[in-house]
Design a protein around this ligand. Structure first.
Ligand code: SF4
Ligand code: SF4
Length: 440
C-alpha cells in the first residue's frame, strides 16, 4: 500500500494513538521520515497490554511495521521495548530474522521511557526540540496497539471498534480484556471479576497520567487501564486536591530543594522546564521573569515532580498544567527555543518503575493481568464522537437506525479528524452531536 492509501485507510478506519492523547495516526505519516519506531515501553506502573498484545501478534504487528516503513520510505524501523519483557522479546526474535531493516532497542524499565520524546532519544540519539514534533526529526512513533489496529484495517478491512484495557488493582481477577468502544466501566469491571475494595474509586489510565473516572465513564480508543483503588488510597486523595490549596501549600512549604527539576524527565533532555522556579514564582507572586511561566508549555505532564520527586508532597505538575491550559486558552505561545545540551548524569536520574510503583503504594497490585483477546459482548454502548485530538466525527446515523458492528456512525470532519464506527450490532437509540447510544 502506498503512503496516500495508508493515510486514507487510517483516517477512514478511525485509527488514532491507542492510549495517550489519541493523535490521528494518518497525520503522523510523512515521506520525510527516515525512521519508524514501534513503542512497546508502556512505562506506567500496572499497565500490561502492549507487551502481551505484541507477544500474541508479533508476526502481524512486525509485518505492519515493515509495511509502514516501506510506505513512508524510511530506511529503518526500531522496536523500543523494556529489557524486562523477556517473553515478548522472545516472540520478536522469532520473527525479526525475516526483517533486516527492523532492530530492537531494549531500554531500562524506567519511567517515563514510553514518552515518545524520551524514546526517540533512547532509540536514535535525536532530541526533539522543546514543543517540537517527532516529524521534525524525521521520526514517526506508533505504539503496539495502534500498529495492530493498522494491521487489522489494512489486512482485514476492520475499523477500530474495540480497545484492549487492563483492569487491575482492587479486583479478585486482574485481567486485560478486549472491550467494545463505549462499554461503561461498571460492565467492564464485571467482565473481569469482583471488586475487593470497601469504598472503591476508579482511575482511568495509568497512575501517573490518568484521571479519576466513574462507573458510567465509557471505554474509548485511548483507555489503557481501569485501576480500582480504595477511595482512601493516597493516590486517589492526591488526585482530588484543590488547586487553590495547592498554590497556598507551594507558598508555605516549598523549600526550593529543586529535586523536582533535577528529576524532571524533559529538563534532563535539555528542555527549558524548571518546576522549582515555577513554584518559587507562584509562592512569591513574582512575575518579573515571564519565561518561567511560558516554559510550562514544555511540560509533558509525566508527574514525576509531583508523585515521586517532591519530599514535601507538593503539586508542581498540577500547578504547571494549570498555567499551560491558561496560556493555551489565551493563545499565548512559548516560542521555539533550542534544547540545551543533555544533562550530565541523566542516566542516573531515571526513575525505576518498580520503585515508582512502591512509592505510589501500588506494588501490591503489580501482578499478572492475562490477556483475553476475544471481543467481549455487551448489551448497550455509548460511543463518544470525540475520542481523538482534532475535530469530532459528525454523526451519520439517527435514533431508530439499525447498525452493524464496524459500520461508520460518525464521519471524519474537515481538517484533523477520523471516523467513528459502531462497536456492536444493534439499533441506535440516541444520537447527539457528542455521542451515539446503541442497544444490541
Ligand atoms: S521538590 Fe518540592 S519542595 Fe523541592 S523545589 Fe520542588 S516543589 Fe519545592
Ligand atoms: S510533570 Fe513535572 S517532571 Fe514531568 S515534565 Fe512536567 S515539570 Fe517535568
Amino acid at each position: 500500500m502506498d503512503l496516500e492509501q495508508l493515510k486514507q485507510t487510517a483516517r477512514q478506519m478511525g485509527i488514532v494513538g491507542a492510549g495517550g492523547a489519541g493523535f490521528p495516526a494518518y497525520a503522523k505519516m510523512t515521506d520525510k521520515a527516515d525512521t519508524v519506531i514501534l513503542n512497546c515501553v508502556e512505562c506506567e506502573p500496572l499497565l500490561k497490554l502492549h507487551r502481551q498484545l505484541l507477544a500474541e501478534h508479533a508476526g502481524e504487528i512486525v509485518s505492519m511495521l515493515e509495511e509502514v516503513r516501506l510506505g513512508v520510505g524510511a530506511g529503518e524501523a526500531v522496536i523500543g521495548i523494556k529489557s524486562e519483557y523477556t517473553e515478548t522479546i522472545r516472540a520478536l526474535e522469532g520473527v525479526l530474522s525475516d526483517h533486516p531493516h527492523i532492530r530492537m532497542e531494549k531500554v531500562k524499565p524506567a519511567y517515563p521511557m514510553g514518552d515518545e520524546v524520551i524514546l526517540i532519544y533512547e532509540a536514535t540519539g535525536r532530541v526533539i526540540r522543546p514543543g517540537g514534533l517527532p516529524a521534525e526529526e524525521n521520526v514517526i512513533v506508533y505504539n503496539v496497539e495502534t500498529m495492530y489496529n493498522l494491521y487489522r484495517a489494512v489486512h482485514e478491512s476492520s475499523p477500530v471498534t474495540d480497545k484492549v484495557v487492563s483492569i487491575v488493582g482492587e479486583i479478585d481477577h486482574p485481567a486485560t480484556l478486549r472491550l467494545p468502544l463505549g462499554t461503561p466501566v461498571r460492565d467492564a469491571i464485571a467482565m473481569a471479576g469482583k471488586i475487593t475494595a470497601k469504598r472503591p474509586a476508579l482511575l482511568m489510565g495509568g497512575p501517573m497520567m490518568g484521571n479519576l473516572g466513574r462507573e458510567d465513564t465509557v471505554i474509548t480508543k485511548t483507555t489503557n487501564a481501569v485501576i480500582i483503588l480504595e477511595e482512601s488510597h493516597p493516590l486517589i486523595m492526591k488526585m482530588q486536591k484543590n488547586l487553590e490549596v495547592e498554590r497556598r501549600r507551594a507558598s508555605s512549604a516549598c523549600c526550593q530543594c529543586r529535586t523536582c527539576t533535577d528529576l524532571c524527565s524533559r529538563h534532563a533532555l535539555g528542555h527549558p522546564i524548571e518546576p522549582h522556579r515555577i513554584m518559587r514564582a507562584v509562592a512569591n507572586q513574582d512575575i518579573s521573569d515571564l519565561s518561567v511561566f511560558l516554559n510550562s508549555a514544555f511540560c509533558s505532564g509525566c508527574g514525576i515532580c509531583e508523585k515521586y520527586a517532591c519530599p514535601q508532597g507538593l503539586s508542581p505538575k498540577t500547578i504547571i498544567q494549570q498555567f499551560k491550559a491558561e496560556l493555551r486558552k489565551a493563545g499565548i505561545r512559548a516560542g521555539s527555543p533550542e534544547a540545551a545540551p543533555i544533562e550530565e548524569g541523566r542516566e542516573y536520574k531515571k526513575v525505576p518503575v518498580h520503585r515508582l510503583a512502591a512509592r505510589l503504594g501500588l506494588a501490591g497490585y503489580d501482578m499478572p493481568a492475562p490477556l483475553d483477546d476475544a471481543v467481549k459482548e455487551i448489551a448497550m454502548v455509548r460511543i463518544p464522537l470525540a475520542q481523538h485530538i482534532g475535530a469530532p466525527a459528525r454523526a451519520v446515523v439517527e435514533a431508530g437506525d439499525p447498525v452493524r458492528r464496524g459500520q461508520m456512525i460518525g464521519e471524519p470532519q474537515e481538517g484533523l479528524s477520523v471516523g467513528i464506527h459502531a462497536s456492536i450490532d444493534g439499533t441506535v437509540i440516541k444520537a447527539t452531536e457528542k455521542e451515539i447510544t446503541i442497544r444490541s
